[in-house]
Ligand binder design. Structure first.
Ligand code: OOG
Ligand code: NI
Length: 464
């Protein structure tokens, strides 16, 4: 609670994240199985790697591991996107980053709504990868107009959800009762509907244009399409999935397995075929199916600086110039091997990553530093070398466009890959959103800088 008696945005976000997880567990039981598998792999990893346990404890993030998750939704109109921004703001989540998925044949562009700042992230880092359909990429004019008309008629937020969002904006927060109602009402927007709002013919035409277009336009709301727990050993979960009756996608997206994890590694299980009813001409319902919802896992590593990111992107590109992972998994082992070999060029100790300015770190005083008293030197590097400070990797909280494309595609089924001309349009996205997106790099740099300042102050005489 804050000093005006409002429930803090961090609390509302935690409550919402827990409510979403509970709802998705009942909607998609395989997600529950995946959660259990992840929990046991995480326990085992911590037991066998005491150094990792100590580091997570030092970073105050041990407790948050099993709490962690992200989700994803796909919206249909600019009005939905800007309202969604206001809803997430009540939970302390702001748009960070711009992702253009069109080069990968997915007609959306996206941002991640998430908390920023070390304090909010350590309380609960729940994020939602949020995409807006690029309706301008539908070629067929008649179909485009029809899709726009259908979307313009739906209301994805309940009246109470909108009213409570406005109230939070007016008052600067929500009291307990309102916060509880807010979470329950917002949950409605993310719920699955097994009755489509279009006819089967319409669904088929949309599907023909692109499966993702059918997913966005045919339903009353932007059902959550996956939730993603964080694991400490993604390879172990990937290998363990089949034994639990879950079919994983062919490869793990992102960097290879390393001693020092960087950025983000992800894999998912294939979307489920679900029964949906469609409206027929005479008002009756006809049965059909739709494939959209899946489960994903992620392993997060250090946030890279712009320099580190350039190196990551170039190594990934070099790998894919040699071998492109096939959707059927037939070259998965070769791909993983080539990826590991190529990434040997990326330093793999925390010290070398830091020395080359490739990643962001959080500094804190060591025992030695705490007892040093006032130190009269400007040389921060020297003090690190002397053991006055320890440095721990700052966790990457964002997403990767190539990986996101791989996750989308593995759930769009075979033959879904389609060519679009790459057409990033961040300005348009931001004008639809109603604000600019934040730069991820600035936020990691600020967390690093703040930790350095705190160390400096603790050492009294240390000057900038
Ligand atoms: C989003 C796919 C991207 C991730 O983790 O990279 C994503 C979607 O399928 O809507 O969630
Ligand atoms: Ni995801």
């Amino acid at each position: 609670m804050d000093n005006r008696g409002f429930i803090t945005p961090d609390h509302i976000r935690s409550a919402f994240s827990a409510a979403m997880s509970a709802m998705y567990r009942t909607e998609v039981p395989a997600y529950g199985t995946l959660m259990d598998l992840v929990a046991s792999v995480n326990d085992e990893t911590l037991r066998s790697d005491p150094a990792l346990r100590l580091r997570l404890e030092a970073m105050d993030s041990l407790d948050r591991i099993s709490e962690e998750r992200h989700g994803a939704i796909r919206l249909g109109t600019p009005a939905e996107l800007s309202m969604m921004r206001r809803v997430f703001a009540v939970m302390g989540m702001v748009p960070v980053g711009y992702y253009d998925l069109s080069p990968a044949g997915v007609p959306v562009h996206s941002t991640a709504f998430r908390p920023v700042g070390a304090e909010a992230l350590s309380r609960n880092p729940f994020r939602v990868f949020t995409s807006l359909l690029r309706i301008d990429l539908i070629d067929d004019e008649t179909l485009r107009a029809e899709a726009e008309r259908i979307l313009s008629e739906r209301r994805i937020f309940t009246g109470t959800a909108v009213a409570l969002t406005e109230k939070a904006e007016r008052q600067g927060g929500l009291h307990e009762d309102d916060a509880d109602r807010f979470v329950a009402e917002i949950l409605e927007t993310f719920r699955w509907h097994d009755q489509a709002c279009v006819s089967l013919d319409m669904y088929n035409s949309l599907h023909q244009a692109h499966r993702l277009i059918a997913d966005v336009v045919s339903f009353r709301g932007p059902h959550i399409n996956h939730l993603t727990p964080r694991t400490l050993d993604i390879d172990a979960v990937q290998v363990g999935m089949p034994a639990h009756g879950i079919a994983p996608k062919a490869i793990v997206e992102g960097p290879p397995s390393r001693l020092c994890p960087i950025l983000l590694r992800q894999t998912s299980f294939k979307a489920l075929d679900e029964v949906v009813s469609f409206k027929s001409g005479d008002g009756a319902w006809v049965a059909g199916s739709h494939t959209a919802r899946f489960g994903e896992i992620e392993q997060r590593g250090i946030a890279l600086t712009p320099k580190g990111r350039v190196l990551y992107d170039s190594l990934l590109e070099a790998t894919r110039a040699i071998i492109r992972p096939g959707a059927d998994g037939s070259n998965a082992a070769d791909y993983a091997q080539t990826l590991s070999q190529t990434f040997e060029a990326f330093p793999d100790t925390w010290e070398s990553i830091r020395a080359a300015n490739l990643g962001y770190f959080r500094y804190s005083l060591t025992e030695r530093g705490r007892h040093a008293g006032s130190v009269m030197t400007d040389d921060f590097k020297h003090l690190v070398a002397e053991g006055f400070f320890r440095f721990d990797p700052i966790v990457y909280e964002d997403f990767l466009p190539v990986s996101a494309a791989g996750i989308f595609q593995s759930n769009l089924g075979d033959g879904a890959i389609q060519e679009f001309v790459a057409s990033p349009n961040q300005k348009r996205f931001e004008s639809d959103l109603g604000v600019g997106v934040l730069s991820e790099f600035e936020h990691y740099a600020a967390i690093e800088q703040a930790s350095i300042e705190t160390c400096r102050q603790a050492l009294g005489g240390l000057r900038a």
